[in-house]
Design a protein around this ligand. Structure first.
Ligand code: FCA
Length: 331
C-alpha cells in the first residue's frame, strides 16, 4: 500500500516535471540556428557567438555554437546542425573559397546560410553575392589604420627615411587585402616611402603565423631605426610586435596598429608598460554577432532575405581610451 502511494506520487511529480521540459523543447523546435567560426579560441569570435546566443535567449531561438577550423570540420558541423533540426547557420569560413561547397551542403538540407566577417567567393574568386553577408568595410578601416600610424610618426618626430613598415599580409582573404591596401594607401598619401614597406605573408590570421612571417623581415632589414606594423587584425599585429621585441626593438621605436578591438587588445592595453602595440581600430563584434544572427532569424521566420552586403565601421582604441570605446561599442 505504502509503495503504491509512493508510486502514485512519483507518477504525478513526473508528469508535472515533464511540463516545463516539453514546452522548452517545443520552443527550441521552432527555430535553431548554428553559428560556425573559423577560430573559436579568438576573443573576436567568442564574443560574436555569445552575442548571438544572448539575442537568441531574448528573442526565443536556439543558437548552436560550433567550430569550423577547416573544410572537414565545417561540413561535419553542418551535418550536426541538420541532425539537431537547425534551419540555417551564420558562418565565418576558414577559407572563403569553400563558399560553393558550404552553400551546396546547406541547400541539400534546406538550410539558409549567411556569412559574417569573411565573405564567400566563387570559383572565379568573385564574392558570392547571393549569400547575404555582414562584415567590416575593410578598405576604409585599413585607411584608419594608415592614418593613425602616419599621425603617430609625425607626433614622434620621426624622419620618414628611417622608418620601415612591416605589412603582414594575407592576400588569399579578400577582406584582409582590402584592409592592408587601405592602410598602405593612407600611409603613402602621408608621404611614406613605398620602398620602405616590407611584406610578411602569413599563412593564417593568428598571432603565431604573424610572428613566424615577421621574424625574418626584421632580421633582414636591420638598418631601420623605427618600425610601423599593420595587418588584417590585432592578433596578427601582436605577432609582429612580439617579433620586433625579439629583435630588441622597444615601444619607443614601434607603432603597431591593429583592427578588431577584442580581448586580445584589452589584454595588451592592460599591461603595466606600453608596448609597440599603439592602438587598434575597434569594431563591434557584439554587433556583428547579434546582427548576423538576427538577419538569419528574420529570414527563416519571416522569409525576409537579409541585405546582400552590410559594411560596418570602426573607431580608434588606444591604451588611453580603450575602456571607454569598449563600453561605447557594447563589448
Ligand atoms: C576576419 C579576421 C578577424 C576579424 C574579422 C572581422 O575574419 O580574421 O580577426 O577581423 O575578419
Amino acid at each position: 500500500m505504502r509503495s503504491l502511494r509512493k508510486l502514485k506520487t512519483l507518477a504525478i511529480s513526473a508528469s508535472f516535471a515533464c511540463l516545463p521540459l516539453m514546452s522548452a523543447h517545443a520552443a527550441q523546435e521552432d527555430t535553431t540556428i548554428g553559428f560556425i567560426v573559423k577560430k573559436p579560441e579568438q576573443a573576436w569570435f567568442i564574443n560574436e557567438q555569445s552575442a548571438a546566443t544572448e539575442l537568441g535567449k531574448k528573442d526565443g531561438f536556439e543558437v548552436v555554437k560550433l567550430s569550423g577550423v577547416d573544410g572537414q570540420e565545417v561540413l561535419s558541423a553542418i551535418d550536426n546542425l541538420h541532425s539537431q533540426g537547425a534551419q540555417g547557420f551564420v558562418i565565418c569560413p576558414p577559407d572563403v573559397r569553400l563558399g560553393p561547397v558550404i552553400k551546396r551542403r546547406a541547400e541539400q538540407y534546406d538550410m539558409k546560410v549567411v556569412t559574417v566577417d569573411d565573405r564567400f567567393v566563387n570559383a572565379d574568386g568573385e564574392p558570392m553575392k547571393d549569400v547575404p553577408h555582414l562584415g567590416m568595410s575593410g578598405y576604409k578601416i585599413g585607411q584608419q589604420v594608415g592614418n593613425t600610424i602616419a599621425k603617430q610618426i609625425k607626433a614622434r618626430g620621426w624622419d620618414m627615411d628611417d622608418v620601415a613598415a612591416l605589412r603582414i599580409s594575407n592576400y588569399e582573404l579578400p577582406t584582409a587585402k582590402e584592409r592592408t591596401d587601405g592602410a598602405t594607401d593612407a600611409l603613402m598619401d602621408a608621404g611614406f616611402k613605398k620602398d620602405n614597406i616590407f611584406d610578411a605573408p602569413q599563412q593564417n590570421t593568428d598571432t603565431s603565423s604573424a610572428f613566424a612571417a615577421a621574424s625574418p623581415v626584421f632580421s633582414k632589414q636591420s638598418k631601420y631605426k623605427h618600425w610601423v606594423i599593420y595587418a588584417l587584425n590585432e592578433e596578427s599585429v601582436l605577432g609582429g610586435v612580439r617579433a620586433s621585441e625579439q629583435y630588441g626593438l622597444t615601444a619607443d621605436d614601434v607603432i603597431g596598429v591593429g583592427i578588431n578591438g577584442s580581448g586580445a587588445a584589452f589584454a595588451e592595453f592592460s599591461r603595466e608598460k606600453p608596448t609597440g602595440f599603439y592602438g587598434t581600430i575597434a569594431v563591434s563584434s557584439t554587433m556583428h554577432g547579434r546582427q548576423s544572427a538576427k538577419n538569419l532569424y528574420n529570414w527563416i521566420t519571416e522569409g525576409e532575405k537579409p541585405p546582400a552586403n552590410t559594411q560596418t565601421t570602426g573607431k580608434l582604441m588606444t591604451r588611453d581610451n580603450w575602456q571607454q570605446v569598449r563600453d561605447e561599442l557594447g563589448l
